[in-house]
Design a protein around this ligand. Structure first.
Ligand code: NAD
Ligand code: IPM
Ligand code: MN
Length: 350
């Protein structure tokens, strides 16, 4: 039987609860669909940092390289470790090292979930650039601590990096409703976003069957609330995509519903699957985190691995549970109740 090697990084806070829920679902799906999962867990986290002085060992990236996929919970515990240390010590280096340049984040309402909007028929696929842009780490501080202090954060956009994410988005549109919305801020930013717009026009020439519109991030934020049903594929830079996908999560009914896949499209390294949300210190340890985002992310992982029937079965099980009102409102059900309902639906269907 085909067996996949899976690296499991629960991380911090509710990351631990939601990855354990996702693993239970993945293992049940594997048993029912005739494949194996060989998982190895890594306790890389802020607690690990406090013990060892590092978020992951020096050879952490090399250790992950041999795996078929990585399932991650959440990283960050700002009460004890600054976010700039924890995220740059674990999550962000993995995305970069394995060229997981396409961060795919679907936004649609699950059955039974009442979102905050009147519109309920939207189906948005956000494609977020995941390796460069505003997250390049370039820049610095001069005259630190003086009245003349200056801090810069240099956003780096390469031709290769922008072109590949745009092509990825246009390819996704081809298998959906054939529409791409490219998001920039080229009215205020004079270099990178103007370049991104130019590349959008250039790449669009290769996709005459795909319609494209270009919007500024501010107008886009309003459109996602006012007319989300008018959107199909949305492509944006690293930071803009980060912000828009928490907004996407909100119109889905909350962070507990938003899944994500950090894809290395040429498969030169493993891809990583994780919910959009973070470690949620405000609810950590209470057993009330919604595991649906993590379980949906795990379904995206199985889809990426080629186990499309299992992935579809998990999505159907999530939908069967929410259709019954389980996990649809914050705090209405525990993490375990939601997981149990999804496992039961999975066993009914397959
Ligand atoms: P967050 O996503 O952790 O929480 C934001 C709000 O959403 C909180 O009120 C939280 O309770 C709620 N929420 C999040 N996930 C939920 C779930 N599954 N079920 C129910 N409610 C949920 O964002 P934050 O508070 O800004 O960040 C906390 C920490 O996580 C920080 O260290 C941050 O840097 C980190 N973070 C990590 C990731 C990641 O690892 N991918 C993503 C975002 C934030
Ligand atoms: C996300 C998170 C991360 C990001 C943070 C924690 C660095 O917000 O995955 O959306 O900005 O990419
Ligand atoms: Mn985010």
């Amino acid at each position: 039987v085909k067996t996949y090697e899976l690296a499991l990084i629960p991380g911090d806070g509710i990351g631990v609860d939601v990855t354990s829920a996702a693993m239970a679902v993945v293992e049940t799906a594997a048993a029912r669909h005739g494949f194996g999962i060989n998982s190895q867990q890594f306790d890389w986290s802020c607690a690990h940092y406090l013990e060892t002085g590092a978020m992951m060992p020096e050879d952490g990236i090399e250790t992950l390289r041999r795996f078929d996929a990585i399932l991650l919970g959440a990283v960050g515990w700002p009460q004890t470790v600054p976010d700039s240390v924890s995220l740059h010590g674990l999550l962000l280096p993995i995305r970069k090292a394995f060229t997981q340049y396409a961060n795919i984040r679907p936004h649609r309402l699950l059955p039974g979930v009442q979102g905050p909007l009147k519109a309920d028929a939207f189906d948005i696929l956000c494609i977020r650039e995941n390796t460069e842009g505003e997250y390049s780490g370039a820049g610095g501080r001069v005259h630190q601590g003086t009245l003349n202090e200056v801090a810069t954060e240099v956003a780096i956009f390469t031709r290769a990096g922008v072109e590949r994410i745009l092509r990825f988005a246009f390819d996704q549109a081809r298998s959906r409703r054939g529409h791409v919305t490219s998001v920039t801020k080229s009215n205020a930013q004079k270099h990178s976003m103007v370049f991104w717009d130019e590349m959008t026009r250039l790449v669009a020439q290769d996709y005459p069957d795909v319609t494209v519109d270009m919007m500024h991030i501010d107008a886009m934020a309003a459109r996602m609330v006012m007319a989300p049903e008018s959107l199909d594929v949305v492509v944006a830079s690293n930071l803009f995509g980060d912000i828009l996908t928490d907004l996407g999560a909100a119109i889905q009914g909350g962070l507990g519903f938003a899944a994500s896949a950090n894809i290395c499209p040429d498969r030169s390294g493993p891809s990583m699957f994780e919910p959009v949300h973070g470690s949620a210190p405000d609810i950590a340890g209470k057993g009330i985190a919604n595991p649906i985002a993590a379980i949906w992310s795990a379904a995206m992982m199985l889809d990426h691995l080629g186990e499309t029937a299992a992935a579809q079965a998990i999505l159907s099980a999530i939908e069967a549970a929410t259709a019954k009102g389980i996990g649809t409102r914050p705090g209405s059900h525990s993490t375990d109740d939601i997981t149990t309902a999804i496992l039961a639906a999975l066993k009914d269907n397959a």
